[in-house]
Design a protein around this ligand. Sequence first.
Ligand code: ADP
Ligand code: MG
Length: 240
Amino acid sequence: MDSIISVKKIRKVYRMGEEKIVALNQIDLEIPPEEICCLLGPSGSGKSTLLNMIAGLEKPTKGSIIIKGKHIEKMNEAQLAKFRQKYIGFIFQSYNLIPSLTALENVCLPLIFQGVPKKKREKLAKEMLEAVGLGSRLKHKPNEMSGGQQQRVSIARAFVNRPTIIFADEPTGNLDTHTTIEILELMTRLAKEHKQTMVIVSHDLEVSDYADRLIHMKDGEIISIENKSNERKDLIYEKN
Ligand code: ADP
Ligand code: MG
């Protein structure tokens, strides 16, 4: 099957005065539809930079990023904004919820941008919050919820308009181990149920149990790729 995300010879250089920082060097990566893949590596290895490029939040210095057949590095800001609204959901380490809005209102936001009428968006947002186990917290504001609950709201917000691809940058970075596992299980289950592609950045090894493929990064390069789904198939094969 054709890749849904195709990264070709990406290079990203940041300039800090006189200094040049090569954040990404010659990255090639193909991600098939419906895959859950995880970018792993030490702090500073370029995970967030790569994720931001693929999500169209930052432009590469060189190379191309093709999503659903479109060269996103060639789009202008307005085109990118539209593209993200339509196809992309994002989950952040620090949740990025709007503090003055309730859980329901936060989850409604992407639907407002898409012009969904009020009744319909409240219905969809409520269903999505129920799906993440927060049916009894619709009217709560972010500061009235735990970290795990806030991340569930942000997951509901990312999934509510059924984007084709979900990106998550250290989604469990602020959570304890027990909550980390709950959140990873929830995110990956929703993505599989709705046949969405998901790219998760992490330096937590727990995530490897939930990913189809692990992309290991170091110093701005991909150093190895582990295929988890094949491993599982191999195991089943060996047992028979
Ligand atoms: P990771 O997410 O794996 O921790 P990053 O992608 O954030 O790593 O960073 C990769 C490298 O690029 C680091 O050396 C970091 O300091 C540098 N970097 C990231 N963003 C910027 C920026 N906006 N300006 C300058 N350097 C940056
Ligand atoms: Mg990072």
